[in-house]
Design a protein around this ligand. Structure first.
Ligand SMILES: *Cc1c(COP(=O)(O)O)cnc(C)c1O
Length: 421
């Protein structure tokens, strides 16, 4: 179900014409759909129906307070990877007992924050982390539920920068050492070992790597139980991919993912957590940009737009594809054009697409990048002293700015000049 469709030749976000938003906030901007976010959360929640479960949204995908409030109100938990994310989740009203803390580099300050404010569990990623958490929890007089993230050495068959489940990745402990590390954890004060955590990567487009990983987790559950550990919760991570290219075969659906979870670990009687990020937010957002120039090069035309790599870094960082469509629908039968779509930043890496065949557009026209709701705004920066672009949330025929564009003064005045200058 797509909530970004042409109606009378004009792209809409739900029932709001995209040009109306552009007129109100100016280009470029991000726009998210309440209906899509809601639907995607519910797809996962329903997919695990019949098992005790919590869908913990991986908020690094899109951590705008409005998005967190929307998902939190639907009953979502949150997977956080920093003290900043923990604070955001709490500020959006998510209770501590629905927040899980992941990440390889949790600091003492972050541990104290979560132990004091309330936490569902820590997903421990290493022995030094385990020792520090034990110490901090003991100092605070707490006993904290923990899982240990195991690295199952499974090839996620995704982009190397977002694969996390191979033995050469920095994540988790090797599954081959799990018994030893669980024994150590069980002996440490302040920790209550309750389960196993696994997350093998992002933008997975097949179920097979999940199946291999979940199989290993199921086997490990039995082994650890035989060793005397109480394994009552399995955090199976996120990672299910989305169709960035409409023309490509679609990745598996949440319902198929849920069926796989039931098949692989359902018999163990554990409470299940999953941590989807991209699939909840990715197709819930567009980035909308205005064409500045069409520049004819020697062997190609450049579409120069007012958004750049600092606003959406996925193409530069992961060679990612985003479908780019005109906000005004092309006339039927119109001859398409071929462009290199680029931003104004002074780097050749500031290229969104090469030799992209798409409807012809001209200066002043709006174009929309599809599937930009995850790992878009959250990864943006002010490189080239470009202001962070606004974020907008639509709901039916209403829309609201959920993060305004800052002013140039706000950007400049964040710096301070020392007295000796
Ligand atoms: C990034 C991440 C996720 C979410 O991955 P998606 O591909 O966005 O679903 C879940 N869990 C952990 C630990 C992560 O680092």
């Amino acid at each position: 179900m797509d909530h970004f469709l042409y109606k009378n030749g004009v792209l809409h976000a739900e029932d709001v014409p995209v040009p109306d938003i552009a007129a109100a906030v100016g280009a470029p901007f991000y726009v998210y759909s309440t209906a899509t976010l809601t639907r995607h959360f519910k797809l996962f929640d329903d997919a695990l129906d019949g098992m005790e479960h919590l869908v913990c949204y991986a908020m690094k995908a899109n951590s705008n307070q409005a998005v967190l409030k929307l998902l939190g109100d639907l009953g979502a938990g949150m997977d956080v990877v920093s003290g900043g994310e923990y604070r955001r989740a709490k500020a959006a009203g998510v209770p501590g007992d629905r927040i899980v803390f992941s990440g390889v580099g949790k600091t003492r300050e972050e541990m104290e924050l979560a132990l004091t404010g309330g936490i569902r569990q820590f997903n421990i990623e290493s022995e030094p982390e385990m020792q520090l958490l034990s110490k901090v929890a003991t100092e605070l007089g707490k006993e904290v539920p923990v899982t240990i993230r195991v690295n199952p050495d499974v090839d996620a068959k995704t982009h190397e920068k977002i694969a996390t489940g191979k033995s050469d990745n920095k994540f988790g402990i090797p599954i081959s050492r799990a018994r030893e590390v669980y024994a150590q954890a069980a002996a440490l004060p302040g920790l209550k070992v309750i389960g196993i955590d696994v997350h093998i990567g992002s933008q997975l487009t097949q179920l097979e790597p999940f199946e291999l990983a979940f199989q290993k987790v199921a086997e490990l559950t039995e082994v650890l139980r035989a060793d005397g550990h109480e394994i009552s919760r399995l955090d199976l991570g996120g990672g299910l991919g989305i169709p960035y290219e409409r023309s490509n075969e679609a990745p598996p659906l949440p319902v198929e993912f849920g069926a796989l979870v039931k098949k692989m670990v359902g018999h163990l009687g554990c409470e299940i957590e999953i941590e989807p990020g991209r699939l909840i937010a990715g197709n819930a957002g567009l980035m909308v940009s205005e064409v500045i120039y069409v520049k004819s090069g020697e062997d190609r035309d450049f579409l120069i737009i007012d958004a750049a790599m600092n606003d959406l870094i996925r193409p530069a960082m992961y060679s990612a594809h985003h479908d780019i469509i005109p906000v005004t629908e092309a006339a039927p039968g119109a001859e398409p054009a071929t462009y290199d779509v680029v931003g104004p930043v002074c780097e050749s890496g500031d290229t969104f697409a090469k030799r992209r065949v798409m409807p012809a557009v001209g200066p002043g026209d709006l174009v929309a990048f599809r599937s930009a709701g995850a790992y878009g705004a959250v990864m943006s920066s002010e490189y080239n002293s470009r202001l962070m672009i606004p974020e907008v949330l639509v709901h039916g025929d209403q829309f609201a700015v959920i993060r305004p564009r800052p002013t140039f003064d706000e950007m400049i005045n964040r710096d301070t000049i020392p007295s000796w200058l």
